[in-house]
Design a protein around this ligand. Structure first.
Ligand code: NDP
Length: 246
């Protein structure tokens, strides 16, 4: 019942890490708003009702100001407030920098970074009215250390860390915290599809020798969203099994 009466928005929440974050918060009694570009967001929202909480699924893109405005109008009319905002929607287009088109570079920045900005801006305005809020932005360890073939993605994920720190300072006095979670390799449908030999090679580089689980990310997010983390703001919580240490 940790999040009873709290309302949480998760972008990109139809599947993957976003869905796991939403499910974990719903299990802990938060009402859930999911926004996703995929129509399947409605099915996911319905499935989460099984936790006995109210849910709302909204189709739209975090990159479109009109979609974000519509999202917050809906949140206002259904719940009248927003306590927790998780900016999770993200895409990646892999290519070496030399071969990356400006269009692809900008698209990756647009979803990951501009989307986080647009949704956070609207969330902060709503949170200010109640003088309470938790914003958690999903970055990646590649935003800290870079990664070959991920120019746009690593730039966007590094940008999220800078944006987080700036927003954190701006709203610190208003009882709103803003933090980043930076996952390493997490076991998802994408990693499941890799063949065993490739998986073993990746795992060898991780000090804990395992991929992280969806729960590892979801519980880190839940901690930062909770009142246990009320004095933590502007920080990056790295969830990577020690990968950044080597
Ligand atoms: P998925 O691709 O599985 O899920 C992302 C969700 O976001 C999808 O439902 C996708 O819709 C949706 N989405 C895409 N673009 C938009 C948009 N413009 N507006 C709203 N929703 C959108 O990703 P993961 O679960 O793997 O990753 C989630 C987050 O975690 C991302 O920010 C990612 O960068 C980050 N991350 C992931 C890691 C991993 O190992 N998986 C490691 C480190 C960070 P659709 O299905 O239609 O594309």
């Amino acid at each position: 019942m940790e999040f009873q009466d709290k309302v949480a928005l998760i972008t990109g929440g139809a599947r993957g890490i976003g869905r796991a974050i939403a499910e974990n918060l719903a299990r802990k009694s938060a009402h859930i708003v999911l926004m996703d570009i995929s129509e399947s967001v409605h099915d996911t929202a319905r499935e989460l009702e099984a936790f006995g909480v109210k849910t709302l699924g909204i189709t739209g893109s975090v990159t479109e100001e009109t979609d974000v405005k519509r999202l917050f109008r809906e949140i206002e009319s259904v719940f009248g407030k927003l306590d927790i905002c998780i900016n999770n929607a993200g895409i990646n287009i892999n290519n070496l920098t030399m071969k990356t088109s400006l269009k692809d570079f900008q698209q990756v920045l647009n979803v990951n970074l501009n989307g986080t900005f647009l949704v956070s801006r609207a969330a902060m305005l709503m949170m200010l009215k109640k003088r309470y809020g938790r914003i958690i932005n999903i970055s990646s360890i590649v935003g800290i250390r870079g990664n070959a073939g991920q120019a746009g993605y690593s730039s966007a994920k590094a940008g999220i860390i800078g944006l987080t720190k700036t927003m954190a300072v701006e709203v610190a006095k208003k009882n709103i915290t803003v933090n980043t979670v930076a996952p390493g390799y997490i076991a998802t449908e994408m990693t499941d599809a890799l063949d065993t030999e490739v998986k073993a090679r990746y795992k060898k580089y991780i000090p804990m020798q395992e991929f992280g689980t969806l729960d590892d990310v979801a519980e880190s997010v839940a901690f930062l969203a909770s009142d246990k983390a009320k004095y933590i703001t502007g920080q990056t919580l790295v969830v990577d099994g020690g990968l950044l240490l080597i």
